[in-house]
Every structure is written in structure tokens, then in C-alpha cells.
Design a binder for this molecule. Structure first.
Ligand code: CA
Ligand code: CA
Ligand code: CA
Length: 403
């Protein structure tokens, strides 16, 4: 099966941030059911077909995307991969869109759109043989035009992609169950040529829906100072890093033997920065206790230094906020790394990131053994880095070696 050993470019995020995102344009309309949802009026420009529930005339869908979670207000698009090249990896035109009905977005795809980008998937094994790839994704269609505008949040991408395989199909691929024309590729597999998947059941897990709130709770177990002189604050990471200009924070309250702090909504803009340089902005908030020396019920970071942080299994816990994602290449990268957006609770031992579930986040401990210093020295400027985790495997074919 050496012919199937893909020798595709091994992609990294290098160059990703430098790439310009192609203007997303409407593709050829072949989405089914262009009835009431049609906002453009003519068949050629309609991209807002009404999905799998179409009961009107015309052929049935031959591509169906199954959406997990809430589909209300969301639209599913099929975005053409514009380049496999690491320096220019990204998506071009959104060739089709469809409004889900009962969680299913149905498409009728016929010929390859004229503006679709084709490239050699495996020039070593199949020189000259070309294909085109399309990533299913779901987005909040805020303005209801059926198209993905570049400010509209992407709620998930599928790891099963639509692929157009040119004729003649290499015999080795035919033997794997592929056909000339349209196929579905399961890119979540880690070995070999991506296996064929069912065009009528393409799963799309909406993993990028931003989590709007986070609750941290636990116990205060330090023997001193007296709990009546202790406060609990969520300190912006930028303040810990020395930015005196940030003076507002989410939470500042008297300590309790059993405490709980809930963060809701996005942090103020001055809490946010692209800490790890991956193009997505984030914020870090650190739950910590402090000695309220002047008994005014709030933390003055210049005169009331932190006492202890909140620990889970001995590791300092951080609250991260990741801005909602609107760019297709970032959405794919974050899907591949398995990290969501919005509020996340995590620990950052020795530079790696470990997400915590609700159970862990409700059993935190503040005591003498949980020192903020452990966090402050973990990364430059006291801020942990998601960088190691945030290097997404961008190419579906980069999980080398596939064999
Ligand atoms: Ca829109
Ligand atoms: Ca970032
Ligand atoms: Ca105070």
C-alpha cells in the first residue's frame, strides 16, 4: 500500500497568521429547497436553501450535514480549501450554504463550482490527479443573509469533508470505496488515506459555541489570616504581569469557607490580548485570595498582595476566555486541537494546558500549599501559554506518517 502513503506537505501554523483570508463569496447555487429562504430571488445566486426538510420539487439532497446542538439561527456552509500549502493554508469561497431543518442541512451538489480550487492531493502517488476539498462549518447568520460574513461567529467545523475527485480515479482509491465525483472524507482518522464517509450523514459537532459563563468554587483552608480579613478576587492576568492600567475585575468579595465565583460574559477589552500570537485574542483571570488590610472589602493590588491561589490537585487554576472565532482557518485549527471558545477553566502545569471539567472546578482548594508564584514563574510575564496546545494540525493530511 505504499502508493497510498501520502507524501503531502506537512503543515504547521507557520505562515498561517500571515495569510490573507479570501473574501468569502457566494458560490454556485445548488442548495436544495430554494423556496421561502431564498433571499436573492434568482436561482443562480441563492445560497440559502432550506436544507434537509425540503418538500418542494427538485432533486433530493445528495449531501446532508447533521448538526449537533442548537441549530436555531445558524447556517451551514461548505468552504473550499484554497491551499494545502503551509504558507498559504486557508479557505476561499464558501461554495454552498443551507439553513438546517430539524438539525440537518441538505445540499444538492452537482458539478464542481467554476471558482473551486483544485490541487494534487498526493502528487507522489498520483501525479497529475486532482481533487477539491470543502469543509462543512456552521455559523451564526446574524444578518440573516444566508452567507458567512467575516464578523459572524463560527460555531463548529466538521472533520468529515466533502471532496471532489477528478476522473480517472486512481485504482487504489477506487479499491478503498471512493468514486469519481463527490465523496466524503473522514479526516478524524489518524492513519492511512482518510476513509470514505457517508455523504448523507456528515457529522458537525458545534464545539466552537462560546461558553458564556464559568463557575469556580471550593474551600478556604488556610489557617491564617483570619477568614474575616480575607477577600477573593479574580485578577486579570495582565495585572499580575504588572499592567497597572487595568483596574476593573470581574469578582471581588469577602472570602467564605465554601466560596463560589461566577464569571459571565466577555471580559473588558483591556483584559484581552493575543497572548500566544495565534491570531485569536484571549484573557486570563486568576482566582486568588488576598489580605484585605484596610478592611474596605476590595483588593488594592499595590498594597494588598495575593495570598493563595485556587488549586485543583495541587495545580493553580486559571480561568481563560477565548474570543469567539470568525475565521475559517482558525475555526479548523481550534477544532483539531479540541479546545472550545468562551470561558475555560484549566491548569497549566509545566507549559502544557489541561482543561478542567465541572467536577474539578467545583472542588478547588485555597490554602498555604497553593502559591500563585508557581503560576507566575510558569511563563514569561506570569502568563501561561496555550501556544503548545494552540498549534493546530491544520492539514487533514499532516498526521504523518499515514500509511
Ligand atoms: Ca450573514
Ligand atoms: Ca491567542
Ligand atoms: Ca482592601
Amino acid at each position: 500500500m505504499t502508493a497510498l502513503t501520502l507524501l503531502l506537505p506537512l503543515l504547521t501554523t507557520t505562515g498561517l497568521l500571515g495569510c490573507t483570508h479570501g473574501k468569502l463569496v457566494k458560490g454556485d447555487d445548488t442548495a436544495v429547497g430554494d423556496g421561502g429562504a431564498d433571499t436573492a430571488g434568482d436561482g443562480g445566486a441563492d445560497t440559502a436553501g432550506d436544507g434537509g426538510g425540503d418538500t418542494g420539487s427538485g432533486p433530493p439532497p445528495n449531501v446532508v450535514v447533521d448538526l449537533s446542538g442548537d441549530a436555531g439561527g445558524r447556517v451551514v456552509g461548505l468552504a473550499n480549501l484554497a491551499s494545502l500549502d503551509s504558507a498559504a493554508f486557508g479557505f476561499g469561497a464558501v461554495s454552498w450554504t443551507a439553513v438546517p431543518v430539524d438539525g440537518q442541512a441538505g445540499f444538492r451538489v452537482e458539478t464542481l463550482p467554476v471558482d473551486a480550487v483544485e490541487f494534487e492531493l498526493d502528487p507522489a502517488s498520483f501525479p497529475g490527479w486532482k481533487s477539491a476539498l470543502f469543509m462543512p462549518f456552521a455559523f451564526e447568520d446574524d444578518n440573516g443573509d444566508g452567507l458567512h460574513d467575516d464578523t459572524e461567529v463560527i460555531t463548529g467545523t466538521s472533520t468529515t469533508w466533502l471532496a471532489w475527485f477528478e476522473a480517472p480515479l486512481p485504482a487504489a482509491l477506487a479499491a478503498l470505496g471512493f468514486s469519481e465525483g463527490w465523496n466524503a472524507l473522514d479526516l478524524s482518522a489518524t492513519k492511512g488515506f482518510p476513509p470514505a464517509a457517508d455523504l448523507l450523514h456528515i457529522p458537525l459537532f458545534q464545539s466552537l459555541v462560546p461558553r458564556e459563563s464559568l463557575t469556580l468554587s471550593g474551600t478556604w483552608e488556610a489557617s491564617s489570616p483570619s477568614i474575616h480579613e480575607v477577600g477573593l478576587a479574580l485578577m486579570p492576568g495582565s495585572v499580575i504581569a504588572g499592567d497597572a492600567g487595568v483596574t476593573d475585575w470581574f469578582y471581588d468579595a469577602p472570602m467564605a469557607a465554601s466560596w463560589s465565583a461566577t464569571i459571565k460574559g466577555p471580559p473588558p477589552p483591556d483584559h484581552k490580548a493575543d497572548i500566544d500570537g495565534d491570531g485569536v485574542t484571549e484573557a486570563v483571570e486568576v482566582p486568588l485570595s488576598y489580605h484585605d488590610l484596610n478592611h474596605d472589602g476590595s483588593m488594592d493590588p499595590t498594597t494588598e498582595p495575593p495570598l493563595y491561589a485556587a488549586c485543583s490537585s495541587g495545580r493553580v487554576v486559571l480561568a481563560w476566555y477565548v474570543d469567539p472565532i470568525t475565521a475559517l482557518d482558525q475555526a479548523w485549527g481550534w477544532t483539531m486541537q479540541g479546545v472550545g471558545t468562551g470561558w475555560l477553566g484549566l491548569v497549566n502545569p509545566s507549559g502544557t494546558v489541561e482543561l478542567l471539567d465541572e467536577d474539578a472546578l467545583s472542588g478547588l482548594v485555597m490554602d498555604e500549599s497553593c502559591a500563585l508564584a508557581a503560576t507566575a514563574t510558569a511563563a514569561p510575564a506570569g502568563l501561561p501559554s496555550l501556544r503548545a496546545r494552540a498549534r493546530p494540525v491544520l492539514s487533514p493530511f499532516s498526521t504523518a506518517p499515514r500509511r
